[in-house]
Design a protein around this ligand. Structure first.
Ligand code: F6P
Length: 257
């Protein structure tokens, strides 16, 4: 029966990847949206996927924030960097998260847990587009932006649109716009609807969804039944080389609809 369970899970993972139009899925047991749910299964599975997918030698890894990615950061170990030189950079700046789960923090944690190096992007939030443009030109910021641009690995989360709007304390009119546009999900500061159409974008700095196409390794870590619609929506935008680490909660949602 243990073997059957394993074979059954693998088959479900293949079906999910096919349904989402991406290269690979890992499904861990449980539903992280449930009251008793936890992010640690996905975090451990995410660490395994990184160990499997990171090439030997030098890699620059661009990471996003959020609770899921922060949990992944906690479970990484120096083994990951045993025959590798890893440089962690935040994928984006200024998307508005509390300090403990900002991309900067997650990136520093991942570096610390693996005895690797990291760089930070110090960008104030709620800036006008004109100010962002000026910041691009600042040498210290420009250098990190170049590292992000040249990164070969991206690790990111996916969230529900209105949850993320609230978490980022977006203005009521902006939230109303998202609702009117039927936004269901968010990733990288982009909000999108059920069909994967981008309906809004937070002015910010760093990686763009279009840049993902040229990244050899793209790993999304997101799960929970409540995120099912957001994950399915995002995967219509996602580059096909994406690997998703998720849980039964989200997988059931996608496979049953
Ligand atoms: O704000 C960073 C971010 O990665 C978002 O792009 C994503 O929607 C969210 O965090 C996921 O957060 P969590 O793992 O806490 O659900």
């Amino acid at each position: 029966p243990v073997m059957d369970d394993f074979a059954g899970r693998q088959q479900r993972e293949r079906r999910l990847a096919q349904r989402l139009g991406i290269e690979h899925c890992t499904i861990v047991p449980g539903d992280s949206s449930a009251a008793t749910g936890s992010l640690s299964g996905m975090a451990k599975a995410g660490a395994k996927v990184l160990a499997e997918r990171l090439p030997v030698g030098k890699s620059t890894i661009a990471v996003m924030g959020g609770h899921t990615l922060a949990t992944l950061g906690q479970v990484l170990t120096p083994t990951l960097a045993m025959n590798r030189q890893l440089l962690f950079v935040p994928a984006r700046g200024g998307v508005g998260e509390s300090p403990a789960i900002q991309a900067n923090t997650v990136c520093a944690q991942m570096a610390q847990h693996t005895n690797s190096t990291f760089r930070q992007l110090y960008i104030p939030e709620q800036l006008t587009t004109a100010t962002y443009q000026q910041l691009f030109a600042e040498p210290s910021i420009h250098e990190v932006l170049q590292l992000i641009d040249r990164s070969s690995v991206v690790v990111h989360g996916i969230g529900q649109a209105l949850d993320m709007a609230e978490r980022r304390k977006m203005a009521p009119h902006a939230v109303a716009d998202l609702t009117a546009a039927h936004a269901v999900g968010e990733a990288f500061g982009y909000f999108f609807d059920d069909e994967g159409h981008v309906v809004s974008k937070i002015p910010r700095i760093g990686l763009e969804i279009d840049d993902l196409a040229k990244k050899p390794v793209v790993i999304a870590v997101a799960g929970g039944s409540e995120k099912g619609a957001a994950i399915a929506a995002y995967m219509q935008l996602a580059p096909s080389q994406t690997w998703l680490v998720t849980d039964d909660g989200a997988a059931d949602f996608v496979l049953k609809r």
